[in-house]
Design a protein around this ligand. Structure first.
Ligand SMILES: Cc1cc2nc3c(=O)[nH]c(=O)nc-3n(C[C@H](O)[C@H](O)[C@H](O)COP(=O)(O)O)c2cc1C
Length: 245
């Protein structure tokens, strides 16, 4: 940590990420309560030092049988980003009219879909994409019911993804989980050069936040918690944090 403002200025000149990484000390509750999908992003680059530290922290997450068969493809190359943007917009043009129709005449809904539309139109301008991938092993094919193998496959990636989102939140980077841009998985795999048994799980566009963070609004806890058997919700009347959407 820098002792004085001058020290801090020198430190941040030498290591552009050093000061920013100090904000990882943000209280956990604040990070969890305000982390949300931030889709409007600035074009300023994200220094490798910051990104690598966030990726490193994200990998403190668990994986099924501790296989750690994950990989991150970090996309910064302009042509690669353009290829992914082209792929995304094929899908976006199919789904956006449906989303707009559903939101029609609802001002709040229309306002909520604007950042997503902005992002689709500016996809290649986003400084960096992280594509978390996982190697599909035997465990994900033949053991247990199909749902459980699927669960252990995706469940070996999303804890790390959430760690990454929280880390981004703390340092002031905007990020979100996206699956639509890689729905055409074989094409996404070809663009990214993934081997046949390595699969992309989602894509996380990252940049300095232009949009706002939370507080996020979620269903109240009493509605979600069932005790002993589904349907028994003794906390139904409770909304302790006033988080009802
Ligand atoms: C598995 C998963 C897939 C998602 N895919 C997309 C996507 O394709 N496009 C998108 O704009 N947001 C996507 N999201 C983000 C959610 O829409 C977003 O987190 C949710 O609406 C809550 O928004 P908030 O976090 O800003 O409150 C995805 C989230 C998850 C967990």
């Amino acid at each position: 940590m820098a002792e004085t403002d001058d020290d801090a200025a020198i430190a941040s000149d030498l290591h552009p990420g050093a000061e920013v990484l100090d904000s990882l000390d943000m209280p956990m509750v604040e990070a969890m309560e305000t982390q949300r999908a931030v889709r409007r992003l600035k074009t300023d680059p994200v220094p490798d030092e910051i990104l690598l530290r966030l990726l490193e922290l994200s990998l403190k997450a668990p994986t099924s049988s501790n296989t750690q068969d994950w990989s991150y493809v970090v996309v910064k190359d302009r042509d690669q980003k353009r290829r992914l943007a082209r792929l995304y917009r094929v899908l976006y043009r199919v789904f956006n009219p449906i989303t707009e129709k559903l939101a029609a005449r609802d001002e709040t809904a229309l306002r909520n879909i604007r950042p997503g539309q902005w992002q689709a139109e500016h996809f290649e301008e986003i400084p960096v994409f992280v594509v978390p991938c996982y190697r599909r092993g035997l465990m994900h094919r033949s053991v247990g019911w199909p749902q459980i193998s699927v669960s252990s496959f995706y469940g070996s990636v999303y804890p790390a993804v959430q760690n990454l989102l929280l880390g981004c939140r703390a340092v002031g980077l905007g990020a979100s989980i996206q699956t639509l841009p890689i729905w055409l998985v074989p094409v996404a795999k070809r663009v990214l050069g993934l081997p046949f048994n390595v699969n992309p799980v989602c894509i996380i566009p990252i940049g300095w936040a232009e949009g706002r963070y939370g507080p996020t609004r979620r269903r109240p806890i009493g509605e979600v918690v069932h005790v002993d058997r589904y349907g028994n919700r003794p906390f139904l009347a409770e909304d302790p944090t006033g988080s009802r959407p």
